[in-house]
Every structure is written in structure tokens, then in C-alpha cells.
Ligand binder design. Sequence first.
Ligand code: SF4
Length: 715
Amino acid sequence: MHESHKTFCRFCHVFCGLEVDVEDGRVVGVRGDRDNEVTRGYTCLKGRAEAERIHHPDRLTSPQRRDGDRWEPIPREAALDEVAERLGDIVARHGPDAVAVYTGCGGHRTSAGGPWFVRRFLQALGSTRMYTSFTIDSPSLAIAGKRFFGGPFPCNLLDVERAECAMFVGTNPARSHQLNIAQSSPSHRIAAAKRGGMKIIVLDPRRSDVARSADIHLQARPGEDATVLAAMVKVILDRGLQDQQYVDAYVSGVDALHAAVRGFDLDYAERRSGVPKQKIEDAAVTFATARSGGAVSGTGLHMAAHHNLATQLVMTLNGLCGRYDRPGGMARSEGALGHAFNEDSRPIATGTPPRSRIRGISGMPGLFGAYDELPTNTLADEILTPGEGQVRALIVNGGNPALVFAEARRVQKALETLELLVVIDLFRSATVAHADYVFAARHPFERPDVSKLMDTSYPFPFGHYTPGLVEGPEESIEEWQLFWGLARRLGLPLRVGKLTPEATPTTDEFLDEMYRHARVPLDELRKHPSGVAFGERTMQAGGVVPNMIGHEDKKFAAGHPALLEELAEVLAEQLPCDGAAADGFAFRMITYRMPEVYCTQGQNLPSLAKKRPYNPVLMNPAAMRELGVADGDSVWVENQHGRVEGIVEASGDVAAGTIAFAFGWGDPSDPRPAREKGSNVQALTCADQGYDRVTGLALQSAIPVNVRPSHQIGR
Ligand code: SF4
């Protein structure tokens, strides 16, 4: 029997509307849903590959238990019994903080089993050990947000349709579908805005898709974003281009900021960043004199050195130029589901975040400040370091730490050291290789869901509910059911609305309780298979500033002491243009997103891997000639932390001293060569050297490296 269903894609966070063809219980076709008012039929190649993913022959269909080097299937309820017993024993011997949960990209994209619910599970257990992928690539949003806004701040959406000038810093919306430009088909939206006269400024060491369309591309040396941004702030303040009325009303510390950026004159910024001073000046003037607009940042910025400072400077540009909570600027959305969780299903309020035992690094508010979490970059050492609070059991909720955490070797050793490692995933990932139990996750098409992750990032108020479209494998399990089942067996005081773990609700009943106080009732969402917009189809502005600013004086803190201190630190550093030869590394390695994959997902799907089943080393043709390598040659990328084989690919998008290498590839336990499985870039990172002392983030972009043809040094 042939049926067509509407749903939304959850391969990545964008949640594009889909139409899915099903024949006799199998997904046979996936295309964009033109009736979805937000995404209007847009899909990318990953979403269209969902039929391959759901029916992939390697997909896990039942729980497995490790027996030495072998895996054996085990009934789901028996696996839950065994895991609960072992967790209970670990808690009895070592206390609840011995149990940690890491939620990765897969876990984030389930509204029932995402971090909002995991936080409640851990609270019921008594553990503070919550980790998510947010702290891998974006912790500076939490830190800079707290400093500048005084807490999580909702104006994170660029009103691109009404902006006169948009600035993209270390972000490429065409690839990332970055939340702060409100997702789908961003290239079309940016192109339309440009045709309407919007000016585009891009600060990125790579000529990315959005940089190609830029009026001004500031192609700075990797890691020098803060220098360029500070110089722009100086130009604006020197010339009095700030929105003085807005600044007087809502921004504090401007004099202190102005003094602190005095050293970032245009000559210095040019020498340090490699960007011609005229371009920096033009960018500052263009941004500040536009009547509307906004600056947004992405992971290219958030993963490099001085990420807290640079992120805060992006916020500062918006604050000085009066961009927050203004039409055509940085706006907010209430969403359909919003923050209105049921009393008993609300995540823990942010208060004093827990402290890690490692390197004195504190926890932080998570995504949008909805819960507290600890930095992932400390987790391996929390496992490896003996003493009270040592993590001995880890549940990985739809993630792949073995591939994406910094310093792969240390992470693998830590995973091996655990008393208990439990993973829920669709496939036997690199992390599963170290696990004791793996639960077979339901594919998104096999479970009901709501658009929680995107809720406040849609360009206008919008909500989407989807039923499950096809039956999942009988022994598969949803993420929330795993934690619910464990809570029942452990006797935890967990509650979601009126539900307690003694009950065995359906996912719909569970979602109903979780989102009982949603702005738009789930039953209303259920009536609209393509999702439903409510309210005006434009971004709202007004009413946020100053009401929701967290500082007591209700002003943005442009002169926050931490920002002033870090500006001074940057000025005290040796100039990279002087130091490149001195530090012995000829290249700076940046990271970027490949369109075929999302984090580590998609590498095993034939249609996505057909171009190349690996992450190439993008290198400038001139640098390749100098090294004597050609397209497709094998090279070694190395630094003091390790070395990794890569396959080189010519790209004029990076400068001669820069290489671009994507993260999340190259399972170390897979014996195949880099050309067949990709390269694990995390061999070049280090968790306890050169890390950020506030977020604990390892240097994950703008990493000093050398590159040699592999025939010169062999394997
Ligand atoms: S951008 Fe692609 S992967 Fe992401 S939700 Fe849309 S179709 Fe799916």
C-alpha cells in the first residue's frame, strides 16, 4: 500500500518540512513539503537521504551486550534490567555523581528525550554530571551572553528580510543553517535580501558560500577574529558612529571599552590579521551607518582561541549600533512550545552551575540557558581522575564522543576505563566500540515529535507536530523510554506532569504532559500536518530591551571586566605574523562543515559518500605546489599533539597559510585507510594545553600545524 505523510526532518536541527512516501511499511521517497510555511519545500541532500538511513543494512535493530570481543543481542527489557542494576550498584558505591549523561546531536533532536528531560533524570538521580554537544562548539555563547546580557538573552535571530546590513562572523549559513539566521534555505533568503539592497560583511578565514556573496570579505588569519572585531569597535567609537540614543539608554561601560580597544588601531589590526586596514574601516562604517542589521557568529569563531572575547565583541557591535530588539535587527521569538514546560517537566532553573573537578573549570548555562551543564572537554579527565566524584558510568544519548571530543586518544582511554558505558544510537558508532551495552534507537520517522529544538528560532511563531510514520524495529527504543525505564527500575523520584515512571505512557501521552502549558496546545498542532504559523509572519521586535537584560542596571555590559582583561591579553601576545616562523608551524588549521554530513552522521550513506567517503584537507593551490602535492595525494598533518593522515584537495577558498579540515571523521578503531574512512582531526587537539580557562574548550580551530607529503615520512 502506498501512502504519503507529512512530517519534519530531524537529520539536523533545522526541521525542514517533508513529505514522505511509504510503501508497505518502508520509506520509499522523501521530498520537501511546499505547504510548510517556514521551509517551503526546501530540503538538502541529507534530508533526502533519510530513506537510506532508516533502512540501512547496518542499522541496529535490537539492544546488544558486549561479551568480550563479541556483541550479543539481548531483549530490551533484560538490557534495561541489567543496566539499571549496574547503575544502582555504582551509585551505591560511589554516589550519584559517578553517573554522567552526554547528549549529542541525535539526542538533541528528540523533544521527548532531549537535554530538557535528561536534566530531570539526572536531578532525580542526584547527579550534576550533565554534558551536551553545546559545549563542544558554542560555549562562548553562554559565557559571552552572561557577561554582556547578564544571562541568556533571547534576541538571537537576525531579521534578515528587513536588515540593511548583515555581518556573518565564522559562520556559513548555507552549510550550518545556523539557528540565528532562522534556518532553512538561508542562501535563498540572503540572496533575496541582497537583491533588495542588504549589504553583507563576512569575517572568515575561508571564502565560504556566504563570503562569495559578500560586499566586504574580511579574510583574516585564523584565530584573529577578535583583533578585527576590536578594531571595528574602535573605528565606530572613535568616529562616534554608535547609536548614541540607544547606547545612553541601554549600554554601560562604553568609555572603559573605548579605552581598552585603543591599542587596536587599523595599522596594528592589518599587521596582525592580514586584512587590509581599508577593508576593516569600510566594514565598521558600513555596519554602523546602516539603519538596521545585525552581526551573528558561528562555530568557526566559537571554536578558536579567544572565543569568549570575540563572541562578546560581536554582541558589542550589535549593542553599540542599537541592533537588539529592533526591526531588521536581532529579534526574538516566543515559539509555540516556548519555555512553558509543565511545573514537573521544566528543566532545572539556572543557578550556580556545578563545578568540574578538572582544571577548576565551572559548569555553565546550556543552550538558551535552559539547564546547567559541565564542559565536555573535562569529561575524559573526570573519568580518568580518581577521587570523590569520579565518573564511572556514562550514558551517551545520541552522540559520538570517541570522534568529536578533543584529544581522541585521551577520550578513548577514558571510555575504556569506565565501569559502564551505555549508548543509544541508530548505528554501531566509534563510541559503541567501547560500550558495554548499546540500545537501538528509533529513527525520527518512527516516533511522534514536536519542534522543540527549533521552537524559538523560527523566523515567526510556528509549531510543528509529527506522528510516527512507520513502525520501528520491535526491540528498538526511544531516548526518553531508555531513561524512563531506568528511572522505574532505580525507583527514582522522576515526574513529568502527572506521569511517574510506574506508568508506561505512549510517546504522545508523554509529550502531552511535557508540553501541557505550551503556548499552542499540542492538540492544535496535531491538526496541522505541515505545521502551523500563528501571529504575524514577521519577526517581532520590542518589549525585550531592557526588560530581559539580566544586569541590575538593565544595560548591556560593554565594559565587562572579563572583556577588558582579555583585550589586554590579546594585545600582549606576540603578533602571529611575526611568530609564524618562530613557532615552527607553517599552517593554521581551521574547521568547516561539509554539506554531506551533519556532525558524524551521514558518512555511511551511499548517496552522501559517493563524492568522497572522507574529509579532505582543503589547501591553497600555491601551497600545494610548494609542498609538491597534487589533488588526491596523501599528506600528514601534524603538530606537537599528534599527526593524522589526510587526503589533500585544492581550494582557492583558503589562503596559502591556512588548511581546512572537517571534524567528526576517521574512527580510530576502523582499520581502513584515511581515503576510505576519513581522518580524525582530534589527534591534533589537546585537552589540557592551550585550553580556554573559562569554558575549558580545547583549541579546535586555528590550530598550528605542519603538512608534509606522506611519501616524505612514510607511515
Ligand atoms: S537542512 Fe537538510 S538535514 Fe537539515 S532538516 Fe533540512 S533537509 Fe534535513
